[in-house]
Ligand binder design. Sequence first.
Ligand SMILES: NC(=O)c1ccc[n+]([C@@H]2O[C@H](COP(=O)([O-])OP(=O)(O)OC[C@H]3O[C@@H](n4cnc5c(N)ncnc54)[C@H](O)[C@@H]3O)[C@@H](O)[C@H]2O)c1
Ligand SMILES: [Zn+2]
Length: 428
Amino acid sequence: MISTPTHPESVFTYGAPQLKFGSGSSDEIGYDLSQYGVRRVLVVTDAGVAATGIPQRVAEQMGQFGIEARVFDGVHVEPTDESLIAAIEEARTSGPWDAFVAVGGGSSIDTAKAINLLTTNPGELMDYINVPVGKGQAPSNPLQPLVAVPTTTGTGSESTTICVMDVLSLKVKTGISHARLRPTLAVIDPDLTLTQPPGVTAASGMDILCHALESYTARWYTTYEHKKPEQRVPYCGSNPISDMWSEKALTLLAGSFRRAVRHGDDVQARADMATAATFAGMGFGNAGVHIPHANAYPIAGQVKEFHPKDYPADESMVPHGMSVALTAPEAFRFTFEASPERHVRAAQLLAPNAGVPTEPAEFLPTVLADLMRDIDIPNGIAAVGFGEGDIPDLVEGTMKQQRLLATSPREVTEDDLAGIFRRSMALW
Ligand SMILES: NC(=O)c1ccc[n+]([C@@H]2O[C@H](COP(=O)([O-])OP(=O)(O)OC[C@H]3O[C@@H](n4cnc5c(N)ncnc54)[C@H](O)[C@@H]3O)[C@@H](O)[C@H]2O)c1
Ligand SMILES: [Zn+2]
């Protein structure tokens, strides 16, 4: 169990970008940028999103406001240190840029965050990556305006302070986390998500769901030791404000997730998923996430041979949302005892017509596994290529995610993690 603090924390923080939400909102980006007085804008996207024509449409509106816009479509799906360095190089060579617009999923938004950081600040990528992988340096200069335009319903990266990447040489996923990385403006136009293929809708939707569930069950902010102002981190534990966003996100998902996967052209389901992603992002971006996300990093980083449907076929990958979901049922079975009422409430919000089972600890894991089966998420980590022999490496990878494990509502040991991975080999 978590020990009682000597001087309990009494303060929590809340940060969010400016938001513009709704059908047609992406047609106003040219005007919005003109309000910042910018002249040269780089639109950052990946080849898959570029094929929908959306980034070009966004770039074209800028001409009427006297803004020159160029589209860079070289984002790597699930960015790596190498892909980010290449994107930064390209932006440095073709710059200077007064502003950035990220059009795409978390991969494009995170790449734009890294480009923004390293075209406005000295040094190299590694200087800013979280310790112990990098030097964890804070930016010394302000960044340029960044408008984030999500085309997936998932990461919430448009409202967070994080940039996630795979460090290839170390086979580890990590990131950069700093308040200045938060986009200046998030433009969420649900119409842009209609072309998301079912496999991407399912995986990125599980990311929304886990953001909401993990922040809702995260360690309560007053259970930490009191911090000094300079010690405050973006992730401060669950609190009354993040709870509100997380609960609403769960209700929206309950009504729309299966429909959005099965009927991609269902405009209402897409709008509800986009709202849920935004709400969950505003919740977890402040409260934090815990075990499922910590486990996801080694699952994605140590992938062997797996090619998910609807993702670029040229390399093995376990997409972020899928890698988070695969151990979620077991993680919530483990954290149940820390706050039974929250776990039951979350399951009720997700499955409002289901009764509480005789064993309440089974409620949330069962509701999750039923949903995952319905939307075609693989049945556990064995289904994406892992075996019992991989568990020690997975546990070691998770233990490196101390920033995330610090938000777990229950102390978690290496043995606990090994058990969670073992029981997550097959989920149903
Ligand atoms: N910064 C954060 O706060 C944060 C949080 C969670 C995850 N992430 C990161 O975000 C990345 C995952 O992002 P994601 O799940 O949003 O997906 P993504 O950006 O990786 O895109 C997934 C695939 O969907 C395609 N696609 C996206 N939108 C489309 C559309 N509208 N129509 C057709 N195809 C479309 C892309 O081309 C790509 O092939 C991972 O790297 C993950 O680690 C970041
Ligand atoms: Zn996530």
